[in-house]
Design a binder for this molecule. Structure first.
Ligand SMILES: [Zn+2]
Length: 250
């Protein structure tokens, strides 16, 4: 097992169908706190309560008091060198798909085209009752204009963003796309995910079972560490930039 950016570059250079899988760790370097970490938003709010489908249905004002500032916070951060490197690998034809647990849209903003968002994203607002869809700008405008901060549909029902809530089903289309990408991958590069949440925790196993190889770049441990071809314990941004540099040099 190797642990150098050069080894990761070599693995990617050999790949015919590389897939990148990312979690919260890739976005902490953009200044987005991992919600499970100390000082995160979830120390003030209980996530199971405030970011849950139950609260959205029963107390939409409480839900939106939490959700509305978070939308502004996520809009104010920028993609970091790790997101940019992943986008560059796609432009070079090495990476075919990015699967992400993140809802921050930083991969798309960095230029990645094929992004599968398994936990939904801040891409739009919609109504659970009549399925009316609006842009994020429109969703926020409706929230800001409402006395109780709750954006409402023309039908009167409270609207939500595309972010998947606790107690809400994951988007089936995205889950299927993630498994499809994993089944076709000859290399999977995991960045910033500790691989503890399904379905993402299953995907490296899908790749390995079909003879693909696994690389993991995280600061924390994962259950797949002993099955990697390349395992790097370091920050995502500097490592991925070193990988790009090694690919250019090769
Ligand atoms: Zn509606």
């Amino acid at each position: 097992m190797s642990d150098s950016p050069a080894a990761l570059a070599a693995l990617l250079a050999e790949a015919e169908h590389a897939v990148v899988l990312t979690g919260a760790g890739i976005s902490t370097e953009s200044g987005i706190p991992d919600f499970r970490s100390a000082g995160g938003l979830w120390e003030t709010y209980d996530p199971m309560k405030v970011a849950s489908m139950g609260t959205f249905m029963d107390d939409p004002a409480l839900f939106w008091r939490f959700h509305r500032p978070r939308i502004d916070m996520l809009g104010a951060v920028d993609p970091n060198p790790a997101h940019q490197a992943v986008a560059e690998l796609e432009r070079r034809g090495i990476v075919k798909t990015v699967i992400t647990q993140n809802i921050d849209r930083l991969h798309s903003r960095a230029g990645s085209q094929e992004v599968v968002e398994v936990h939904g994203s801040l891409d739009r607002g919609y109504c659970l009752r009549c399925e009316h869809t609006v842009s994020m700008d429109e969703l926020c405008a409706r929230a800001d204009a409402a006395e109780d901060g709750v954006p409402r549909c023309d039908c009167g029902f409270q609207m939500k963003s595309g972010v998947v809530l606790f107690g809400e089903q994951l988007p089936m289309e995205a889950i299927e796309a993630a498994y499809d990408a994993a089944e076709r991958a000859d290399v999977m590069l995991v960045i910033g995910s500790s691989l503890q949440v399904t379905p993402v925790s299953q995907l490296p196993g899908v790749v390995l079972a079909r003879g693909g190889r696994l690389a993991i770049l995280t600061e924390s441990e994962t259950d797949y560490d002993h099955r990697c071809t390349v395992r790097i314990h370091h920050k995502a941004g500097p490592t991925m930039q070193a990988v790009l540099a090694a690919l250019k040099a090769a």
